[in-house]
Design a protein around this ligand. Structure first.
Ligand code: NAP
Length: 548
């Protein structure tokens, strides 16, 4: 049964934890925060680091810094949201709870006396990057990729077209996506552009029986909307979705998704797999050779072929919802109704996959001049996330990353050719002499903002190792520069200075103890409903419950 459909989750949450007052949570919050702040006594030779962003890349960097630098480091973590954990909270699919267990490790780090957390502090709005640089020996940018690649086709802007990031934020209860106008009651068919793992996350959310998500931490508003549509699972929600089309500009051998995630969608969600034309599973001689050489490629092709063969046995219009694989189809236009502007279809051009870059590069999709229309009422663009710039630091707008060499930020984005290798790994022992002049001293970057939007949570461990390694190698020079500044304008004050600034600006910062109060309230409210947690999705409610 779908619980509380149509009601505000924050109100439910308040009711569910009615036995404990928010004032009490606030007292706990304050005492925990004070303990953490007080424990961080200042030393003159202490390295003060500020990490901007509390997702996996930020936390893994903290982990590496603490391990490498012992007691001689203090790290302040800032996040623009009142809640920590970035992509783990707002990106990882709700039915992948095991992946989220990493927050236990991150929580232990945040509770370390050498670490302070300040949520609800937006760098660039509440405090300037320049101020953080003055207060710390080093600043590590770890704020991820909060924008999206564009298709660049007519009809892309407007109602009925969302990026996968927005859709994922919406079902994961990210406050910025809480009020997206998502009405699935009149949506029968959804076209998802791209066939990476994020596209599969979206397809599962749209197609799987709601029972799959009911016990998870999927936001209550999304659970209420996504349920329904028949197909088993007993959802009482509004969704009318019966079909999802995965639209890929290249073929099954080039699909970006991984076999494990594909198998999950094909075997656990009760869908009938289809192709809209039989040629969509055909592969070239080059693809066949690639499949022979690479097990993962072979496996993806096998999984789709078998699922489509099995799906053919299920009559169209039967009980199962349908998952269409539309390979070799490049989106060229989102079609809209002339009067209402509502999405009516996705126009695609059939493609042929050819060897790229003079024969040596990755295979590319080439248009055939033949067009088709996939009827749909909602289009999700799942073609990759993109980082956003920050005032006061260089940005590579083409790639959506901060230009860097092994995590050391550069003063300017290199030309396109050099940018392609900006994240390759020269040894982090010291800034290479030739590159040293180009390095923006004291600035570091990690995660998707450093290397682009690829890889799983664990990929950030290796990435953080590189960035933290570069920072540690530079530490003697950074401390010397700080000491020299101390003789003049003032040495970096670290936590004391940052806390002072937050106080002076009257920012409603959510320190770790306050987050733990909010966390406990979410978990308690979830327990009452047989769920992992009931997420609070409005910032004002978060702050009230956290007692700040
Ligand atoms: P992704 O894996 O890079 O996939 C992007 C997809 O968009 C590809 O199919 C790509 O096709 C397509 N695309 C890109 N530009 C396009 C364009 N202009 N027109 C049409 N199609 C276009 O990105 P993602 O799915 O956002 O995932 C990001 C990272 O997170 C990946 O490394 C992914 O594995 C990881 N992730 C992992 C999990 C998990 O492990 N469960 C879950 C979610 C995400 P081409 O290949 O033809 O460029």
């Amino acid at each position: 049964m779908l619980l509380f459909a149509g009601r505000q989750p924050s109100a439910r949450l308040l009711a569910a934890v009615g036995g404990v007052s928010w004032q009490n949570f606030a007292v706990v919050a304050r005492s925990l925060s004070n303990a953490a702040s007080g424990a961080a006594a200042e030393d003159s030779d202490k390295l003060h680091v500020c990490v901007v962003g509390s997702g996996p890349a930020g936390f893994y960097t903290v982990d590496r810094l603490l391990k490498k630098y012992g007691g001689k480091v203090h790290v302040s973590i800032l996040d623009r949201l009142p809640t920590p954990f970035g992509l783990v909270r707002s990106g990882v699919a709700p039915d992948h709870q095991d992946t989220k267990n990493v927050i236990n490790q991150f929580g232990a780090l945040a509770g370390d006396p050498r670490v302070s957390f300040f949520g609800n502090v937006h760098v660039g709005r509440d405090v300037a990057l320049e101020e953080l640089r003055r207060l710390h020996h080093a600043v590590v940018l770890a704020y991820g990729a909060e924008s999206d690649r564009k298709l660049g086709v007519p009809g892309e802007e407007g109602p009925g077209v969302l990026s996968a990031r927005e859709f994922v934020w919406w079902y994961n209860g990210h406050p910025d996506a809480r009020h997206l106008p998502i009405d699935l009651s009149k949506v029968h068919s959804v076209a998802i552009c791209g066939i990476g793992n994020v596209a599969l996350d979206c397809a599962r959310a749209l197609l799987a029986p709601p029972a799959r998500y009911q016990p998870t931490d999927m936001a209550a508003h999304a659970l209420a909307e996504l349920g329904g549509g028949g197909g088993g699972g007993g959802g009482a929600g509004r969704s009318g979705v019966r079909q999802v089309h995965l639209v890929a500009r290249r073929g099954p051998v080039q699909a970006a998704c991984t076999p494990k995630e594909l198998k999950e969608l094909l075997t656990e969600c009760g869908v009938a797999a289809r192709t809209s034309a039989p040629d969509q599973l055909e592969v070239s001689a080059a693809d066949a050779a690639e499949m022979k050489a690479t097990r993962l490629k072979r496996r993806v092709h096998e999984l789709v072929s078998k699922a489509v063969a099995d799906g053919a046995k299920e009559a169209a219009g039967g009980g199962a919802k349908e998952l269409f694989f539309d390979f070799y189809r490049n989106p060229v236009e989102v079609l809209r109704d002339g009067a209402s502007g509502a999405v009516t279809g996705l126009k695609v051009e059939r493609t042929v996959v050819q060897a790229g870059g003079g024969g040596g590069g990755a295979p590319v999709a080439v248009g055939s001049g033949q067009f088709e229309v996939i009827p749909c009422q909602l289009v999700l663009k799942s073609i990759g996330y993109k980082g956003l710039p920050m005032e006061g630091v260089a940005f590579d707008g083409r790639r959506g990353v901060i230009p860097n060499v092994a995590g050391r930020v550069l003063k300017a984005a290199p030309d396109a050719k050099a940018a392609a290798s900006s994240s390759s790994s020269p040894p982090p022992a010291a800034a290479p002499a030739a590159a040293a002049a180009a390095v923006d001293s004291g600035m570091y970057v990690v995660g998707w903002l450093k290397r682009g939007p690829t890889g799983i949570i664990g990929t950030n461990l290796v990435d953080a190792e590189e960035t933290a390694g570069a920072l540690m190698a530079d530490a003697p020079a950074l401390l010397a520069a700080g000491a020299a500044a101390g003789a003049g304008a003032g040495a970096p004050q670290g936590l004391a200075g940052l806390s002072g600034l937050i106080k002076q600006r009257r920012l409603r910062a959510v320190e770790w103890g306050a987050w733990r109060a909010l966390d406990a309230a979410e978990v308690d409210a979830g327990k009452a409903e047989g769920r992992v947690r009931e997420k609070v999705t409005e910032v004002a409610d978060m702050l009230r419950i956290a007692g700040v």
